[in-house]
Design a protein around this ligand. Structure first.
Ligand SMILES: [Fe+2]
Ligand SMILES: [Fe+2]
Length: 175
């Protein structure tokens, strides 16, 4: 892929960097919505809402895990080599990725506790715990995306040389 103007370079690269963000943010909104339903809708809706929570979490997990793997395997190693001053945020981002993985695993474990011998057993304390953990996860993911945009993508726009941006763009179009 060739780049024609300075404006094109920035916009195409930025677009690729942000390609998953909108979808992941929508997934977190879906999760928040279903958690609200689980917590505030009546007991007769619990079975349906627990199934919805499973599916919202599964979708977020798939998209977020794929995105994090791409960052960890491709984007991050490329950047730390060229922008060494960002080294401290490397640890921040990696520790946040690890927390997302652990939180999602923990949430699936909590959701599975509803099903005893194939039946959904309503448990108010468990619903409250899932609501709090799930909301925390959703807000944390939103904040992570904002920080990546501010710290990482801004630095890419402002500090990488033209040939480095082209290399990064070539790397990102493969995904
Ligand atoms: Fe990330
Ligand atoms: Fe990201």
């Amino acid at each position: 892929m060739r780049l024609n103007s300075k404006k094109d370079k920035k916009s195409k690269l930025r677009l690729l960097l942000e390609k998953d963000d909108e979808r992941i943010l929508a997934d977190t909104e879906d999760l928040k919505e279903v958690l609200n339903k689980l917590r505030f809708e009546g007991r007769q809706h619990h079975k349906k809402n627990i199934t919805r929570a499973f599916s919202a979490l599964t979708i977020l997990k798939q998209r977020l895990f794929t995105h994090m793997e791409e960052e960890e395997d491709e984007l991050f190693p490329f950047l730390w080599k060229r922008l060494p001053r960002l080294e401290p945020v490397r640890h921040l981002f990696l520790s946040e990725h690890l927390e997302f993985r652990n939180k999602i695993k923990g949430l699936f474990k909590l959701l599975r506790q509803f099903k005893i011998n194939g039946d959904v057993v309503v448990n108010g304390a468990l619903i409250h715990e899932i609501y709090c953990q799930g909301m925390y996860l959703a807000c944390f993911v939103i904040s992570h995306i904002q920080v990546e945009n501010n710290k990482l993508y801004e630095a890419i726009d402002n500090e990488l040389k033209a040939d480095e941006k082209q290399k990064l763009l070539n790397l990102l179009v493969q995904f």
